[in-house]
Design a protein around this ligand. Sequence first.
Ligand code: IMP
Ligand code: MG
Length: 182
Amino acid sequence: MDSDIREILVDEQQIARRVKELGEEISRDYAGRPLVLVCILRGAVVFMADLLRAITIPVTIDFMAISSYGNNVRSSGVVRILKDLDGSIEGKDVLIVEDIIDSGLTLAYLLENLRSRRPNSLEVCVLLDKQVPRKASLPIRYTGFTIPDAFVVGYGLDYAEKYRNLPYVGILKPEVYSEVQS
Ligand code: IMP
Ligand code: MG
């Protein structure tokens, strides 16, 4: 697996340090409020598990699965809900936990969808924000790392469902995905 990686972009220590900081910041900002963390499956599951334990205030969790990519490396713009939240978020303080923002299409859809359910507040915490030109600016409250526009895997992120269990975030060698696609 490691041999398919061209370069490690964010290593285990950097992730651990940043997740701890984010947890502290979120705990301060939401003190005294009933926080719901909404994990976007499947990519955000590793980040969610660590972030959750870095938060020191009471919190509940819920999960939503959406699909925007299929097995491709570029967003199709077509977003489907594969699994919806179990609970109502009406009147609650909701924090979306997402792995990565690329074109922003997935997040724009999610924000619109969840906003229509009338939460008290709706914010976003994303591990990785790719530096790409976007049509509209996205309201991202918490960002782990800003990264260059490359296809990355690890720490929950996959390529064709592989590499999610790498403990770091790395850039995949381009020949790896050209092999899979051909
Ligand atoms: P967007 O809609 O283009 O912002 O894409 C967001 C979704 O695509 C993320 O939730 C990821 O699941 C996936 N994605 C985007 N970029 C990458 C990447 O570099 N590696 C792995 N998955 C990615
Ligand atoms: Mg995702």
